[in-house]
Design a binder for this molecule. Structure first.
Ligand SMILES: [Zn+2]
Length: 258
């Protein structure tokens, strides 16, 4: 038998049974085991882990646990300074490209509205989602813990909230993306890049046909999707977007103070 002491920090405790949270856990097991397997046996997906210390030294997921090891497990988005130790991934997780689980349709639209690169299509299987995350270096967002336990997924986040407005606040907070928002840069429908078109630009003729005369009468600035060709303008859409962003900021303040 191997006897170890293991402790999970910060939000990793969300995955633990209540009586195991926020304190040292004495644990015994038989047979050779990697630290990754040990961590996942507690229900914590490896993609949520960014740093593992064994007896004070950082180790990789493949480290084979030894008797009497003292293991500390830290989450990906912990804000304290861990400069100088080995992180488990070569590149930081804060690249802002995402692929979303099929159940997060509203969150996908919210994120695109704020300008984030979000790959989302209905009807994808777990294997497809995991493959896209790996191939395109995208952060996989899901509410399904099992999905993030797949071996090939190295970058992912479990979304805790169920309400889409809370979900976007959660994602922006945990990945510290508030300053990365760039509204009107992504098409909400297809994730294509948008380009600005002014009414006196040469390119305006190409989009003029789809603009209602009532809008054309007052609006000089448009945005067209370079992928699907949809045209947006700062009309009711823009007003809704502004209201949405303001509501999010307010919500964030409320959540922080509540
Ligand atoms: Zn589009």
């Amino acid at each position: 038998m191997y006897h170890v002491t293991i402790r999970f920090y910060e939000e990793l405790n969300d995955f633990l049974a209540r009586d195991r949270r926020k304190h040292d856990i004495e644990f015994a097991f038989g047979g050779r085991r990697s630290v990754k397997d040990l961590i996942e046996s507690f229900g914590v997906p490896h993609v949520e882990v960014d740093l593992i210390l064994v007896n004070g030294a950082s180790v990789g997921f493949n480290y084979i646990v030894r008797d009497n090891d003292r293991i500390s497990v830290y989450p990906v988005f912990e804000l304290f300074d861990i400069g100088g130790v080995t992180r488990l991934r070569p590149t930081p997780l804060r690249d802002t490209k995402f692929v979303l689980d099929v159940h997060l349709r509203k969150l996908a639209r919210h994120m695109r509205l704020l300008g984030f690169d979000v790959d989302y299509l209905e009807g994808r299987s777990d294997a497809e989602l995991a493959g896209i995350a790996e191939r395109d270096n995208r952060i996989l967002l899901t509410r399904d813990r099992q999905l993030l336990m797949r071996k090939i997924v190295s970058r992912g986040l479990i979304v805790r909230n169920t309400d889409p407005d809370r979900q976007i606040v959660e994602v922006l907070d945990r990945l510290q993306l508030w300053n990365a928002c760039n509204p009107f840069s992504r098409c909400i429908e297809c994730n294509g890049a948008m380009q600005g078109v002014r009414a006196d630009d040469d390119g305006f003729a190409q989009i003029a046909a789809v603009i209602p005369p009532g809008v054309r009468a007052w609006c000089e600035e448009y945005y067209s999707c370079t992928n699907c060709g949809r045209v947006y303008w700062k009309g009711s859409h823009y007003v809704r977007l502004r209201a949405f962003v303001d509501r999010l900021r307010k919500r964030k303040e409320d959540l922080n103070t509540g």
